[in-house]
Design a protein around this ligand. Structure first.
Ligand code: ANZ
Ligand code: ZN
Length: 842
């Protein structure tokens, strides 16, 4: 063994060895319990920084630890290679997206390998290859057959000068990122996946996800946004026409003093026309469109509206109430119309005050008497119904049901459930995606491409920056085809699928990545899924996870899988900040793994990112901390070196310690070190398994190393107790194995120097012996003024001051010292405490 730790030498050596040994190839046909450890795959940006690496190192430590504890582990990696991020980066770098992406992938694979991540590369999945995306097209066809894929008009961002559709990311403050022209909204026919058909199941099954962070469950619940309410019919004055309003507060119906339509509601234009306010409404609509939907529905925005010169009838009391249109009512939610109850809804109140509309209190909070004139804040809470005809006196919560029953019996309303969740638009008018497998024929209409003609290949000849709606339309050899049904000339769909489509099922593909007659092999998926630990960023808490859950449920309905939820346990890691901002290339504050590897080596990089803090929390990067982690590895190396090179008769490494240690005699210090070894094993194992708190696990390894080093320092040069050598051998042996998931290269190198075979990865993770972790206790006699009063139990080695305090706190001691001054406390560890009192205190 060399005296100095040299990461640059040992890391490439072990990486090559691991490859020769085929160490990370998943074992198939093993009867060990399976463990599927998945890290969210990256999109190939070309450069992973330490912020990204936190994710992958966390997953790697877990995968390695699970392997060492006897599980059969699947730990794969792939590339989210198709979609807008890659296309934009490629265009910027003036390369074809395919070439750009493949370059990035090989660069990033090197980065992963250089850090010693234990991926099974034989299962690599790359979504931009036709062998992958053909299955996205196949799923599309299955969904289409089932009515889960459909075409509808939907708005896109359109740059009138570039004549192209822009992704949201390409719109900078309302203008095109390329030419600064203001972006307009344009309606296009696009493809949707009907995720709303699964809204209820997506919501209900959240309760089965007991190993997901509560925060993520809440975000999903909110996104789905289930509301239970009533759809109430308001007759339009003098006509056989109704406005449906969705409300969650039927109990406030008597307080509805006007109706508000969304500006985009078709009825709004109808009424405006009759009122001769068509032009006014048109300007109003375009002004509303420039306000983001989320803003419009909020309370902050300045309320604005137009009276439509028409009246509706409140079905509760037959009163005539005016019909308005206003910016704060959205077309996309509910029915695109509301009954306004200004006394009990803040937005309605602000609107009513602005346009001088009546406010009518119908819910009185308990113990208060609200008055209409002075109301500045709506009372949105519970109370008792007032001014509500036959319902007056009913508590508002009960009133919701009572009014709903009343409306249903009159045929004036129906209970209804609304969701905030919208169908998923999968169409992109972009090049770098899987073409949607549809053909348009003048005779036959919309014709799906037959399964046996898949994949519809992405043409290489398309002009990426072409004018017109979609780049694929610029390639005539792609665009023109024959109708699969009638063989007449037809046109292909030119939209491609968005990025989220591919990532909705990649975790299934890893089970059988080379399957070529199906998206995945049923048995392999049955064996490996669901994912046992999914590690990734909180930024995917909503869309990606929801889409993946939707795919799984839809696949289950198609008979493709036999489970309902793809990810059993989810771990969301916190972000890395540096100089106060999230680490990212655009902020210019990244630290690359290569910098750290060059200077300190991969093992230090791995340890450091884990040592920064609890992995679920956001953490600030610190350049100083790295040195500390590097020093720790040096110290451990030195310990092994000293043990291996010390002379006969001194404390030294004994390869056969395991056989001898049971019957050996140790010094008191050695006994204590041994206890520390077993306590550390227990701490590290539980920190990893129960909480993924790798930072505290690493601290314990550092402490144990320090204890072993100072023990060795103290005994060096002295004639050795043979038992002490065995304890130090046990310590170094377990340290190296425990370190293996965290810093695998140095662990394997020391392992080899200790004369052991192969890689630590193939060794069982250390187990502790509970009996050896127990602290020895001292039983101390406690006297007051020389007379026995009690006994005190403390862990052996407790310091004098602690013993003194514990003795004084004993109830029996307190009884005998009460009211007296304490002159002196004599502590004689490990046997005696004597409390000496003086005169009575005043
Ligand atoms: C009358 C009412 C009285 C309301 C009251 C609230 C309080 P959630 O829980 O989010 O589903 N609303 C319905 N459709 C809307 C739309 N398209 N744009 C803006 N607001 C809309 O909210 C349901 C409530 O949001 C509904 O209940 C409606 O206002 C409003 F004291 O109706 B409520
Ligand atoms: Zn046809």
């Amino acid at each position: 063994m060399q005296s100095r730790y040299n990461a640059a030498e040992i890391e490439p050596k072990w990486q090559a060895r691991w490859q020769q040994m085929d160490l990370f190839t998943t074992r198939t046909g093993s009867d060990a319990t399976k463990f599927y450890c998945l890290d969210m795959y990256p999109y190939p940006s070309g450069e992973l920084h330490m912020g990204h690496m936190r994710n992958y190192i966390l997953g790697d430590v877990l995968a390695r630890h699970k392997t060492m504890t006897g599980f059969n582990v699947l730990h794969p990696m792939g590339w989210d290679a198709l979609g807008l991020p890659s296309e934009l980066a490629a265009v910027k770098n003036q390369m074809h997206p395919r070439e750009w992406t493949l370059n990035c992938i090989s660069r990033m694979r090197e980065q992963f390998d250089r850090l010693g991540i234990s991926y099974d590369w034989s299962r690599e999945v790359n979504t931009c290859l036709p062998e992958y995306y053909r299955w996205d097209q196949w799923f599309f066809l299955k969904f289409f057959e089932k009515g889960l894929a459909y075409r509808a008009l939907a708005p896109v961002n359109w740059c009138p000068s570039c004549e192209t559709v822009l992704a949201n990311e390409q719109v900078i403050q309302g203008a095109c990122e390329r030419c600064d022209t203001p972006v307009v909204r344009k309606e296009l026919e696009q493809w949707f996946y009907r995720i709303t058909a699964y809204a209820d199941r997506l919501l209900e099954d959240l309760s089965s996800l007991t190993e997901w962070p509560e925060r993520v469950l809440a975000m999903q619940r909110n996104w789905i946004g289930r509301s239970q309410g009533v759809r109430i019919k308001f007759a339009v004055g003098g006509r056989n026409e109704f406005i449906d309003c969705f409300t969650t507060r039927a109990d406030t119906l008597f307080g509805a003093t006007f109706v508000v339509l969304a500006p985009e509601n078709p009825l709004t234009m109808d009424l405006a026309r009759r009122a001769g306010k068509e032009a006014q409404l048109t300007t109003f609509i375009s002004r509303c469109r420039s306000q983001a939907a989320a803003l419009r529905a909020g309370e902050e925005i300045q309320k604005e509206g137009i009276f439509l010169d028409a009246y509706a009838v409140n079905p509760a009391n037959g009163k005539r109430i005016p019909i308005w249109t206003a910016n704060y009512v959205l077309m996309e939610y509910g029915t695109g119309a509301i009954m306004a109850v200004p006394a009990h809804d803040q937005r309605d109140l602000e609107f009513a005050r602005q346009y001088d509309l009546p406010v009518r209190i119908v819910i009185q909070p308990e113990g208060e008497e609200l008055t209409e004139g002075s109301l500045t804040e709506a009372h949105v809470g519970e109370g008792v119904m007032v001014n509500s005809g036959q319902f007056s006196g009913v508590p508002s919560e009960k009133g919701k049901d009572a009014v709903a029953d009343f409306l249903e019996s009159k045929g004036a309303g129906e209970r209804e459930v609304q969701y905030r969740l919208r169908d998923w638009c999968i169409s992109r008018q972009k090049y770098w995606g899987a073409p949607i497998p549809i053909v348009y024929c003048d005779q036959c209409g919309i014709v799906p491409v037959p399964e046996d003609q898949l994949p519809v290949l992405l043409p290489s000849g398309a002009d990426l920056t072409s004018k017109g709606a979609a780049p694929l339309a610029s390639d005539p050899t792609f665009l023109h085809t024959t109708c699969p049904r009638c063989r007449r000339p037809a046109r292909r769909e030119t939209d491609t699928m968005g990025t989220f489509v591919y990532s909705s099922w990649y975790y299934l593909r890893f089970a059988s990545p080379h399957c070529n007659d199906a998206p995945f092999d049923r048995d392999a998926v049955r064996h490996w899924l669901p994912v046992d630990k999914y590690v990734g960023g909180i930024e995917h808490a909503i869309l990606h996870l929801l889409y993946a859950r939707f795919f799984t449920k839809a696949f289950s309905d198609l008979g493709l899988v036999d489970f309902q939820e793809p990810f059993r346990n989810l771990f969301t890691q916190g972000m890395i900040y540096r100089h106060g901002a999230k680490m990212s290339k655009s902020k210019g504050n990244v630290v690359t793994p290569d910098e750290i590897c060059d200077k300190f080596g991969a093992d230090t990089a791995r340890l450091f990112i884990l040592f920064l803090g609890p992995p679920e929390q956001d953490t600030e990067w610190s350049d100083q901390g790295i040195e500390g982690c590097h020093r720790f590895l040096n110290r451990l190396w030195r310990l092994a070196y000293d043990l291996l090179s010390s002379k006969e008769g001194q404390v030294r490494y004994v390869p056969s310690w395991r056989e001898e240690i049971a019957k050996a005699q140790f010094s008191a210090e050695a006994k204590e070190l041994r206890r520390k070894v077993h306590q550390t094993i227990r701490k590290v194992a539980t920190d990893i398994e129960q909480r993924m708190h790798f930072n505290t696990a690493i601290s314990s390894l550092m402490e144990l190393t320090n204890s072993a080093v100072s023990f060795l320092d103290r005994s060096q040069g002295l004639p050795a107790n043979p038992g002490d050598s065995l304890v130090l051998s046990e310590a170094i042996h377990n340290l190296v194995l425990m370190l293996s998931p965290f810093a695998p290269h140095v662990a394997d190198e020391i392992w080899e120097s200790l004369g052991q075979e192969g890689s630590t990865y193939r060794q069982p993770f250390p187990k502790w012996e509970e009996s050896l972790t127990v602290e020895e206790m001292w039983t101390i006699v406690v006297q007051v003024d020389g007379r026995f009063r009690d006994r005190l139990e403390v862990p052996a080695g407790t310091d004098t001051e602690d013993i003194r305090q514990s003795a004084l706190n004993l109830p029996r001691v307190q009884r005998h010292t009460q009211g007296k001054a304490i002159r002196q406390v004599i502590v004689v560890p490990p046997k005696l405490v004597n409390v000496v009192t003086g005169n009575r205190t005043a």
